[in-house]
Write a protein that binds this ligand. Sequence first.
Ligand code: ZN
Length: 118
Amino acid sequence: MGELPPCEKCGSEYVYENGDYYVCPECAHEWLKGAGSEQNQEEEGLVVKDAHGNLLKDGDSVTVIKDIKIKGSSSVIKVGTKVNDIRLVEEVNGHNIDAKVKGFGPMMLKSSIVKKSN
Ligand SMILES: [Zn+2]
């Protein structure tokens, strides 16, 4: 409480309060107090890291680093399979990535068996 956040835009520490707003004297950015902190909390709630500890975000592409057996079928998603446009979700049984895998359709993946790719 009482701590002023750094500027959202430029990261300046000289932010001051002005009513319901925070104001940055360095880049003149202004933002609503409540909105900013809620947004930050949401982002902190979904920290998803790949097998190498890299932070993942919505829209990232990842590569599968371990064969994934599909429950109830003989299909296997092979090592090296690229998955585009992932979506981070609240963890369910260790699965915290929602994605569409080519040839398999939509499914949940574990961030611990993928690595971020470009
Ligand atoms: Zn600023």
